[in-house]
Design a protein around this ligand. Structure first.
Ligand code: ADP
Ligand code: MG
Length: 677
């Protein structure tokens, strides 16, 4: 059978299972082989019964001492009990509601048992409902697949086995032999076999290494090609005179060295004759907007218009005010363009953009939509959430003459990682905060402190200041958490009766969210109860206390982002993490947060602690999905891969050598699936 053969031709998959596989996006033999296990049962390390670790899964090899006995417990539960021995230790086994056990386990015969070991109150060792198989037929490391009720893991395992058995040729390798050998990788055929059915842990590691390399390699090849494509473009928006010094003199403050460096790097791009593609990365409050403003000013001085795009209308309005302040008394004229403006307002702004009387338009992504014509668009500033795919770049390029692009990001990531991840962008980093910032004081307390915290909040509110309480998103069936809505109602009708409370949560419509944020920014709300939607919130310098409920539910970097919502004004600000969590990992996170406010240190700590990729998922936004590779864990591999990709592209920049055809196809496929590239 061939890799592209439809899945229903695999032995064991009929039309019904084929439908179920289709739901998992598995439609061909090849796709089935790429449906990797999510974990493995390790039956290879057999421990003596006497040395069984407690409350850990392990595998033992033992003989059944007596035929399982059936016990009926009141309530209808059916139990089977037996005892097994490995010659030295004894182990009691219990099986629940499995009437076949009596026929499957035979006295005097030897089996492998796999399960979680425990001790009963008399100290006897026991295992509940272990898996078992005969030693001779045993697969030592068994795959566990992401399964569904229609497709249990065991079924998938069988189908994968059948698919592998039916292949009429080894799986062709798209990786050039030379790259494979130099990086000490096994063949794709071996990797695919071993990722499903490794003969031992070493084989599994070898397979993983190869497949992770593949993912990262294709990712880097794609990104590097994107980068060289944009770099070989020429732009009609070349800046000839650098006016940033004049702008700096106009600012009410002195730029930090980091800001100056970022401006210098960006201006060099804009003078180069090629369109700029630069990521400006800086912690909350590091002054990214001033950098952007310096570039907008320079563009304007060179006869070029700029567009600044924000993810929401409120943010757009806020950006506009900031830029208006920066440009007061200059020749840079600004305008807002958002969806909720009246038709007449929009018409007026569009006319001003078309005739060039406005140099800077601030708005939502409506700005780059078709019916907005710029007279001479030269610079587009956007944030991380709006990474452009090729289609959008093309539409942007059509509006201007390959305008420069500056992407701003507030999620600090270690520099090497950033370079890899944003392989298609050049990166500037603001690693310095403006002087005179008061660090936000951070505390971590248990839930018993709530009454005191409420008083603390009231004291601030009575002084005319504002506060946030953030609650985690509650999913169905999580009864130990209070949803934001209920929490808000409870506070409003109880402790905070008579105060002006606001509520913001993810299920509200964008318009409703905007209205609440606007009221909060205008000081019409004292205390905002919210789910994490305020992460990309507006700048409210009057908000000085951030309380985070169930803080253990948030990743380190996410907590840091939330904390960045306060500490933006001259008042001292406080962040309070509420949590009763006892686990070490959560405590370690809180400690880091209480000790430092440096986003890069926090990112590094995050890298080490590595909670689930809660905010990493977001950063991956706009990049192809990775199945085995983990950009945080596999940084070392990333560096190797990057070099390998660069070396290959140096020889064959467009992968047009016929020897690289298969590689090129894989890269295209990966990026096409992500709808970018
Ligand atoms: P970011 O967007 O990076 O979070 P902002 O650009 O909003 O940060 O800047 C935060 C605040 O710091 C703004 O009020 C801004 O005017 C101010 N600011 C920026 N750069 C400086 C500087 N070099 N010195 C003093 N204040 C600055
Ligand atoms: Mg900002």
């Amino acid at each position: 059978m061939q890799l592209k053969a439809p899945i229903q031709y695999v032995k064991g998959v009929g039309p019904t299972r084929a439908k179920a596989f289709e739901k998992l996006s598995v439609t061909s033999v090849g796709a089935l082989l790429r449906y990797y296990p999510r974990a493995y049962e390790d039956w290879s390390r057999i421990v003596p019964i006497r040395e069984m670790p407690e409350n850990e899964t392990c595998c033992i090899r033992a003989t059944v001492c007596h035929q399982p006995t059936k016990i009926r417990v009141p309530g209808g539960l059916l139990l089977y009990k037996t005892t097994v021995t490995d010659g030295e230790g004894l182990l009691n086994l219990t099986f629940f509601n499995n009437k076949y056990i009596g026929n499957q386990l035979h006295e005097g015969e030897e089996y492998l048992f796999f399960g979680k070991a425990a001790r009963n109150k008399y100290g006897a060792r026991e295992m509940a409902s272990p898996l078992f198989q005969k030693p001779q037929s045993a697969r030592r490391i068994r795959p566990i697949y992401p399964s569904s009720s229609a497709l249990p893991s065991k079924t998938i395992e069988r189908c994968v086995q059948n698919a592998l058995d039916s292949l009429d040729a080894p799986i062709p390798d798209f990786l050039p032999e030379e790259v494979r050998v130099r990086n000490g990788l096994c063949t794709l055929d071996e990797a695919i076999h071993s990722i499903h059915f490794p003969k031992d842990n070493a084989a599994l590691e070898t397979a993983r290494k190869r497949l992770i390399f593949d993912e990262l390699f294709l990712l880097q090849l794609g990104l590097l090609q994107m980068k060289s494509r944009t770099q070989t473009l020429s732009t009609g928006c070349v800046v000839t005179h650098d006016e940033t010094a004049r702008f700096a003199a106009h600012l009410p403050f002195t730029m930090t060295n980091a800001q100056k460096r970022a401006v210098r790097e960006a201006v060099a791009d804009m003078r180069s004759g090629e369109p700029m593609n630069r990521l400006l990365q800086g912690d909350v409050g590091s002054g990214k907007t001033a950098v952007a403003a310096a570039l907008v000013y320079t563009a304007a001085a060179n006869g070029l218009q700029s567009a600044v795009m924000a993810p929401t209308e409120v943010l757009a309005e806020q950006h506009l005010r900031t830029f208006e302040n920066f440009f007061a008394g200059t020749n840079v004229h600004t305008a807002l363009l958002t969806g909720s403006m009246t038709a007449a307002e929009k018409r007026a702004v569009k006319a001003a953009l078309a005739d060039g009387s406005v140099q800077l338009a601030v708005g939502t992504h409506a700005l780059i939509q078709q019916d907005v014509d710029f007279c001479r668009l030269g610079l587009v500033v956007t944030d991380e959430q709006h990474r452009f795919g090729v289609a959008q770049r093309a539409s942007l390029a059509a509006k201007g003459d390959n305008p420069h692009i500056l992407v701003m990001s507030a999620t600090p990531i270690p520099r090497t990682l950033g370079l890899m991840l944003y392989g298609d962008l050049n990166v500037s980093v603001l690693d310095e905060l403006p002087p005179g910032r008061q660090p936000v004081e951070t505390y971590c307390v248990g839930t018993s402190y709530r009454p005191r915290i409420y008083n603390f909040l009231k004291k601030h509110i009575q002084r005319g200041l504002q506060c946030y309480i953030v609650c985690p998103l509650v999913e169905e069936g999580e009864s130990n958490l209070v949803p934001a809505q209920e929490y808000y109602e409870k506070l409003q009708s109880g402790v905070f009766r008579g105060y002006r409370l606001g509520l913001l949560h993810g299920r509200m419509k964008p318009k409703e969210k905007d209205a609440v944020m606007r009221a909060f920014a205008a000081g019409e709300i004292d205390l905002l109860v919210s789910t994490v939607v305020i992460e990309v919130g507006v700048d409210v310098p009057n908000a000085v206390v951030m309380v985070i409920e169930n803080a253990e539910r948030f990743g380190l970097s996410q907590l840091h982002q939330l904390r960045g919502r306060v500490g933006r004004g001259s008042e001292k600000s406080t962040c309070i993490l509420i949590s009763d969590a006892q686990n070490e990992e959560a405590k370690a996170r809180f400690n880091v947060l209480c000790e430092t406010t440096d986003g890069f240190k926090i990112a590094d700590a995050d890298l080490k602690l590595r909670g689930p990729g809660d905010f990493f998922g977001k950063r991956q936004h706009g990049l192809p999905a990775l199945h085995l590779a983990d950009l945080l864990r596999d940084t070392k591999m990333l560096v190797t891969v990057r070099h390998a990709a660069e070396a290959l592209l140096a020889r064959d920049p467009t992968l047009s050598d016929p020897a690289h055809a298969a590689l090129r196809k894989q890269t295209d496929k990966m990026f096409a699936a992500a709808n970018i590239g």
